[in-house]
Ligand binder design. Structure first.
Ligand SMILES: O=C(O)CCC(=O)C(=O)O
Length: 283
């Protein structure tokens, strides 16, 4: 498996990269561990709406090993650079349609979502749809609002908005820029998906400010981002991809600093942070 500079150009141009079958040999153990993690959540899934378990990978030592796969390193190293960051995950049971939306509006860093699907789905039964190029921001860019208002603005239903449906059966791999507009239609009541998120390396204040905003969105749910298990079980190859987010996590006012962070995240006491950019908590 070789990920090429052309793959990177494709990703930056269109906002997604599809590598069918990239994880085909791994899906046995990943599926078993995913199902276990969702069972452990012990939440009763309401078949009429999405159930989501934040920090899903972070609860399972086995799922954490996804980050150690050479396939993941190969793709992220080309798309984000050798010092790519792992951010977070969520495990999901989707129900029905997901309307057109983008997850973010980042302008300074690149955030990638890798949704792993565990069911045989296609365009009519819940497969991911993306609008190529819609991750771009700036004058003339499409906005999520326009895609989700397609009936009113364009006279067509969401299902008819021109898009690409990358293969996303079990074992297929797709990486999307989280700014891209995406959707799915026709899914059943328990469509299974594990989403992983990655960030480009952080160097500037503007990039850290985006990371802080992302963390603030997460903290609204009260869920942690990184876990002790994720860090403690990390071989050195994984650890380097946890440090920037881990250190920021440790410095975030909502989380406070936990004892394991001092031990496992060198520099977690660091002050490389425009603290003023961390939004104050709402009372
Ligand atoms: O599979 C889907 O319905 C799309 C999920 C997704 O990426 C999202 O909800 O942000």
């Amino acid at each position: 498996m070789t990920i090429t500079p052309q793959d990177r150009t494709f990703f930056t141009t269109f906002g997604y990269l599809s590598l069918p079958g990239l994880l085909a040999d791994e899906m046995g153990w990943i599926t078993a561990a995913f199902m276990q993690a969702m069972d452990d959540e012990r939440r009763c899934h309401d078949l009429l709406k999405r159930s989501s378990a934040r920090a899903c990978l972070e609860r399972s030592e086995i799922l954490c090993r996804i980050l150690d796969l050479p396939q993941i390193d190969a793709v992220m190293s080309v798309l984000l650079g050798a010092d790519w960051n792992y951010y977070s995950s969520d495990g999901n049971l989707y129900s029905g349609d997901t309307g057109w939306h983008s997850d973010s509006d980042w302008q300074h860093g690149v955030c990638i979502k890798v949704p792993l699907y565990f069911d045989e789905i296609d365009a009519g039964s819940g497969a991911l749809r993306v609008i190529p190029g819609s991750h771009r921001r700036g004058p003339g860019a499409w906005t999520a609002a326009e895609a989700s208002n397609s009936q009113m603005l364009l006279g067509i239903p969401g299902t008819a908005v021109p898009c690409v449906v990358p293969p996303c059966r079990p074992g297929d791999f797709v990486a999307i820029d989280t700014n891209i507009m995406h959707a799915s239609f026709g899914g059943g009541p328990s469509r299974r998906m594990l989403a992983l998120q990655f960030w480009s390396p952080f160097a500037s204040e503007d990039q850290y400010a985006e990371l802080d905003r992302h963390m603030n969105n997460w903290t609204a749910s009260g869920a942690p981002i990184h876990s002790e298990l994720l860090h403690r079980s990390a071989p050195p190859g994984r650890r380097r991809h946890l440090l920037q987010v881990g250190a920021r996590h440790a410095a975030h006012p909502r989380y406070g600093k936990l004892a394991w962070m001092d031990e496992l995240i060198p520099g977690s006491a660091f002050t490389h942070q425009p603290r003023s950019r961390i939004e104050p908590e709402k009372p």
